[in-house]
Write a protein that binds this ligand. Sequence first.
Ligand SMILES: Cc1cc2nc3c(=O)[nH]c(=O)nc-3n(C[C@H](O)[C@H](O)[C@H](O)COP(=O)(O)OP(=O)(O)OC[C@H]3O[C@@H](n4cnc5c(N)ncnc54)[C@H](O)[C@@H]3O)c2cc1C
Length: 606
Amino acid sequence: MPQYKTPLRDMKFVFNELLNAQEHYKNFEAGKEATPDMVDAILEECSKLCENVLSPLYQSGDQEGCRLEGGKVITPAGFKEAYEEYIAGGWQGISHPEEYGGQGLPLSLGILKSEMVSTANWSWGMYPGLSMGAMNTIYMHGDEQQKQTYLTKLTEGTWTGTMCLTEPQCGTDLGRITTKAVPNEDGSYHVTGTKMFISAGDHDLTDNIVHIVLARLPDAPKGTRGISLFIVPKFTPDAQGNTGEFNHVSVGSLEEKMGIKGSSTCVLNFDQSQGYLIGELNQGLNCMFTFMNTARIGTGLQGACAAELSFQGALAYAKDRLSMRSLSGKKAPEKNADPIIVHPDVRRMLLTQKAIAEGGRAMLYFAAHKADFLMGAEIEEQRARADDDLGFLTPILKAFLTETGCEAANLGVQVFGGHGYIKEWGMEQIVRDTRISTLYEGTTGIQALDLLGRKILLDKGVAFRRFSKEISQYCKGKSPYVSGKCRGKMKSMTSELSSLNLQWKFVAVRLVFNAMRNKDEVGAASVDFLMYSGYIVMAYFWAMMAEKASEALAAGTEEEGFYLAKIQTAEFYFARILQRTKTHYAAMMSGAKNLMQIEEKNFAFL
Ligand SMILES: Cc1cc2nc3c(=O)[nH]c(=O)nc-3n(C[C@H](O)[C@H](O)[C@H](O)COP(=O)(O)OP(=O)(O)OC[C@H]3O[C@@H](n4cnc5c(N)ncnc54)[C@H](O)[C@@H]3O)c2cc1C
């Protein structure tokens, strides 16, 4: 079983050296507290919790799973104690406002914590993870009383939150939800309906759960324009704000799943449960986007974390497992065979995992810096721009990092050979646990439509063009992240990135024209466009990381191996992974006809 070891060196490289967090934090009030010592303390303390408490529960949580007893979900042994330790450490609220019980540190510090928790034990991390989305939603759209009643409890972690969108008849197509909210005279609502697949929908970690529920009023317009958002607690708070009367939210069943077995996934029945409107009537989906964007970036993190954990397991095994001799002559003559890490194909797999894990980390931390502006910038224009930039990056982070994360997890099994397929080693668990990431929070297909259909076609690609301009500035030697002193060494990477960046803009325009002719062209090109975009975005970060490493080497360092590996992984990425853009380019340019021409009745003759 891979025992999680926090990749502190790489996390600090991206956070401090590449993105220069300390300079970035000068932009915000909250950033003043985030001194280098504070960042180091967070990394080290949280790392201990993740390595020593959460990681050991990863495999046992999978074996035991959750169970439903007397209408209540019981989590696997150790989950509750780990949660108590987590909230005692104040981890849930590190990036949330002090006035609601948080520590008020920048959001981007929260992603360090989330990465460690998620890599050590994704299933366990879903309980506080879903709460985070509920906290952001109430903070952004709730009224003061709702913040005092619910946000404070969620921030301290004594209650957790959920996201209740999906119903049996619809997951993607939320315009079809039927859960009803009937107004009461006192301003509250009675919420009735069935929600399914609700993560952390019930559990024994806390004594109350705050459900954030999409429902429609009896006279609401049809479709997404008639959806409102409600807080529906499992137990209504009493006059003192503590857990009070049962609010008729019951568990219909607990799903039996392929993976993330330690995370409860529930059918929830709301039976005239008291609910409280968040935001404006019929604006529920807009408010819910706060939750969904948090959760989507969090799900992108799942992909990168799976790549990291699987890589850690595969690397240790590849150094240890002996098989045959290297094609170019014995590498371990003292042994009767060489370790498999000498074989080029095993290195191909390990380097792919490493490139995805470290490239994904850089993409996610970069996005977290944008989120700092969204939450903390004092100038409205800066906030709006960060919102647009994040809106553009979110579908890429969510879908590209989960698709490549699943690939990396599968490669981890492959490195183990037949042993990878055996439960004891834990590698197959990572595959099972990660497989959900391309499905929930909007499938890859839906993220791709969001990127191409909404962010490029409808929003006229403003944020896309801004991001592409940033790459182009970097390629010209004008980047806020690297000094340009090692430009000479970067030539082949920057010229390839530059021509792909040009092609990216050309492709977007071409697809816009195709879409004017036939809307199916959008759906036919969208997933290839998303993956193509993801490889280019990741290439930008790999080029910058290689340049930063070259600068460190040129300045002289005792960590030569670390920086050399960065450059060599970037070379691998450009030579082998980035080349996948060619296939995606050909596929998206081939048009919709080859998908649409076959008649439905001719798909199979059974
Ligand atoms: C373990 C687990 C945890 C979950 N947690 C939560 C949770 O906490 N809260 C919550 O509300 N939900 C949750 N979900 C639900 C999840 O978000 C949905 O399952 C997901 O959004 C997909 O919806 P669906 O299952 O209805 O699939 P469908 O919408 O029926 O989609 C089926 C297929 O059709 C494709 N498709 C659908 N429409 C289109 C279109 N217009 N264009 C192109 N392709 C399309 C999809 O990409 C997919 O491949 C969870 C699900 C699981 C399995």
